[in-house]
Design a binder for this molecule. Structure first.
Ligand SMILES: [Zn+2]
Length: 113
């Protein structure tokens, strides 16, 4: 038997939600086949099945989210280290540019005079 919200009846008829008006089940929602009229399930039974089926999926998602958080943390560390390395390289490049300027000025002065 199918679990969760019924889509179609075994007879092929469409299943619709009704509200019970019997004394035993006053105002209790249930599903019924439109073609043959047989009662499928009460709404709260269906909801419970949906919940029971969804909980393991939620647990899997929680585990996956925890893994992703851990990966993001690791990647953020890599990003921070790369930023520090880039800053260091920028300083080295600045020194090299200044050094190259000094050398070329000195060389220019040597050639001209
Ligand atoms: Zn039916």
């Amino acid at each position: 038997m199918n679990r969760g919200f019924p889509l179609n009846c075994g007879c092929g008829g469409r299943i619709t939600k009704f509200t019970s008006s019997t004394q035993d089940n006053p105002k209790r929602p249930f599903f019924r086949c439109e073609t043959r009229g047989e009662v499928s399930e009460f709404l709260e039974e269906v909801m419970l099945e949906e919940l029971e089926d969804a909980l393991p999926k939620v647990e899997v998602h929680e585990t996956e989210i925890a893994k992703m958080k851990s990966e993001i943390k690791d990647l953020m560390e890599v990003v921070m280290n790369n930023k520090i390395e880039i800053q260091k390289k920028k300083v080295v490049i600045k020194y090299l540019v200044v050094y190259a300027c000094v050398i070329s000025v000195a060389f220019g002065a040597y050639v001209l005079y």
